[in-house]
Ligand binder design. Structure first.
Ligand code: PLP
Length: 368
């Protein structure tokens, strides 16, 4: 079975091998060496002032950013499940919330953010997804972040990049906290979250807030090569391996380029089959297709052609299917996926199979 869901993604063989070694103790010079090497690679990936790793899923990092980086009032873009999650977290911690809601296919508008900041000058932190995975939507985060800083440089910009870091280049000039997690583009099992931090964010964190997710106590320890509580040793070892492949072997630009070609080739191939791309501004992390027969297509893909893709949630349940592009994916696997979609549509009597999707995919992917 090919796992083509936008998280979790398949863990490469070499990374699984690295994580299969006997457990080592986390308070030892051996682990500290690994931890500091991983931290260096992570700092390079984020391209920011500092970085922290947390033993939690991505949601833990979202929570840590709310508790450590929002004092009073949050401005939150909600165009899907993950934007909604920021709203729920902020409310759970008693923050005032100004919500900018959009349909799940619609990117946030710079003008709406500017307007909200003018109406609420006491907003001190802004939260957004770079890619909102519910609809495979890319928000214009860099543009919004720059507009925010032009109005008030004290507003902290928090970007959830869980389906963007390691997928595409992100301009972090005006981003203060950049969140990612292990089980998406970084191809690890779930359970590790990471945050890149700007110098503005470091100042605002100060003494930190909360207990387990107190970023000040974590940063202090992590700069010394250890963690405040027991480190997720196995996942850190896996992360070092993944980042070594990503940054030192294949190369970051090459991974971004391959992902871009894979996403573009998939979108063009599926549109040629008469399918419709859901988001108005698709992210490269995944392709989301809106279709009344989404469930039938997904079932055929899984049971007949050995491809596992994700569905939609809430009002899009049964109407969306989402194909992953994150991670190191061989072109012959991605080509098989679009071919399988064409076969499924033919099984449903909608088109005649002619190997068109496969041909288009390969032509675009391997184009000079
Ligand atoms: C997967 C994901 C998360 C984190 O979810 P967890 O289940 O807590 O790892 C957050 N934001 C986005 C955009 C995601 O895709």
């Amino acid at each position: 079975m090919l796992l083509f869901t936008p998280g979790p993604t398949p863990v490469p063989e070499r990374v699984r091998q690295a994580m299969a070694a006997p457990t080592i103790h986390h308070r030892t010079p051996e682990f500290t060496k690994i931890f500091l090497q991983t931290r260096e690679l992570l700092l390079e990936l984020f391209g920011m002032e500092d970085a922290v790793m947390l033993a939690s899923t991505g949601t833990g990092a979202m929570e840590a950013c709310v508790t450590n980086l929002c004092r009073k009032k949050a401005l939150i873009v909600n165009a899907g499940k993950f934007g909604e999650r920021f709203v729920k977290i902020a409310k759970a911690f008693g923050k005032e919330v100004v919500e900018l809601r959009y349909e799940w296919d619609t990117p946030a508008k710079v003008g709406d953010v500017e307007e909200a900041l003018r109406q609420h000058p006491d907003i001190d932190a802004f939260f957004v997804q770079i890619c909102e995975s519910s609809g495979g939507l890319r928000h214009p985060v860099e543009e919004i972040a720059s507009a925010i800083k032009a109005i008030n440089p004290d507003v902290t910009v928090v970007a959830d990049g869980i389906t963007a870091v390691g997928v595409e280049p992100i301009d972090v000039t005006n981003i203060d906290a950049l969140i990612t997690g292990s089980q998406k583009a970084l191809m690890l099992p779930p359970g590790l979250a990471m945050i890149g931090l700007s110098s503005h964010a470091l100042r605002k964190i100060g003494e930190g807030s909360g207990f387990y997710f107190n970023l000040a106590s974590e940063l202090k320890k992590q700069r010394e090569g250890t963690t405040a509580y027991t480190a997720a040793t196995t996942l850190v070892i896996g992360l070092k391996e993944v980042l070594t492949i990503l940054l030192r072997e294949i190369g970051r630009d090459e991974v971004y380029d391959q992902t871009d070609r894979r996403a573009t080739a998939t979108r063009v191939a599926l549109e040629a089959l008469g399918l419709s791309i859901y988001p108005k501004n698709p992210a490269n992390a995944m392709t989301a297709i809106i279709d009344d027969q989404a469930e039938e297509i997904r079932k055929l893909l899984k049971n007949r052609y050995g491809v596992n893709v994700a569905g939609g949630q809430e009002h899009l349940k049964g109407r969306l299917f989402r194909i992953n592009h994150m991670g190191f994916i061989e072109p012959y696997e991605a080509a098989w996926v679009v071919n399988a979609v064409e076969m499924a549509l033919s099984d449903l009597g909608r088109i005649t199979y002619e190997g068109k999707a496969n041909k288009i995919f390969n032509t675009i992917y391997f184009e000079e």
